[in-house]
Design a protein around this ligand. Sequence first.
Ligand code: SAM
Length: 322
Amino acid sequence: MENNIDIDYLRLSLTDRCNLNCIYCTPLERSRFLSRDEVLSYEEMVRAVSIFVKAGVRKLRLTGGEPLIRKDITSLIEMFKRIGALEEIAMTTNGVYLKGLAGALKEAGLDRVNISIDSLKKEKFKSITGFDHLDDVWAGIKASLRAGFNPVKLNVILMKGINDDEALDFVRLTFELPVIVRFIEYFPTNKRSLELSGALIKTQVLKERITGHFGAIEKISGVKGNGPAEYYKLRDSEGAIGFISGSSANFCGSCNRVRLDCAGRICPCLFSGPTCDIKPLLRGTQSDEELFKYVLGVFSMKSKFRKNISKGRQLEMSSIGG
Ligand code: SAM
């Protein structure tokens, strides 16, 4: 590890734009999107990532906005792969475009994929995301399994009175498919999502509902991933379930990640908002060595967030990517 504070995980948002408009994120309602010139070029992203790698990052997650709306995404993954020291490149996507891309993404060097899906019912899916794309997402999930991604994780946000009636159906998927269904606690990130605060379902409540129906669940370790999720297996299931308790637990002390958005803004902490901007350096005359020192400086800021920052500023999830 090149940094002495154990940061080995970078989440890179490839775009602030999305092809869905989920009710808790509402990217299409933003007053302004970044212009082409404001967004880092692929070459700038690769240079930035290679500096983070030099500083100790070994795992990269591509997110957005929706990462798969970027053109020629497989070339970008190949470029990241050529950096060399990355142990894993993963992606979080809504899966709408995965059907046609899963095989090529795997071939390009993508190791893992997380697919967000908040309903298994067509009408409900449309009312949560604004679009009638459930069939496309399903085709994307199947294509990812066929392409050999392992594990394929499904990210689900259950909201009281909105889609929590589907909790057990999501669990049932793990009997049919070798997928890991992860229930993510909803947390408000902007003004609009604050209105949904009452919809939060805490992990503990959900666990009780699941065990009440299916019986005991067995905690498992060794699931590939870099986050604070806890994983469990149900008897005779092919896959597994996971819980991410972002609202009811605090992971600050063990947080190993930093975030870089598509405009070059770095967030040492999800709740800090963007605090540093690497774009002027990437577009200036600074050497790689100077960039490296800058990134190490950002990493050292992280230790202060570790002390417990979970009541910090709000930020747009739709541009920083979760
Ligand atoms: N477009 C991609 C997708 O849909 O997966 C990547 C971006 S999305 C912002 C990344 C993840 O953040 C998704 O799994 C989404 O469910 C989660 N997310 C967004 N807003 C959230 C919130 N308010 N609370 C918890 N998770 C959230």
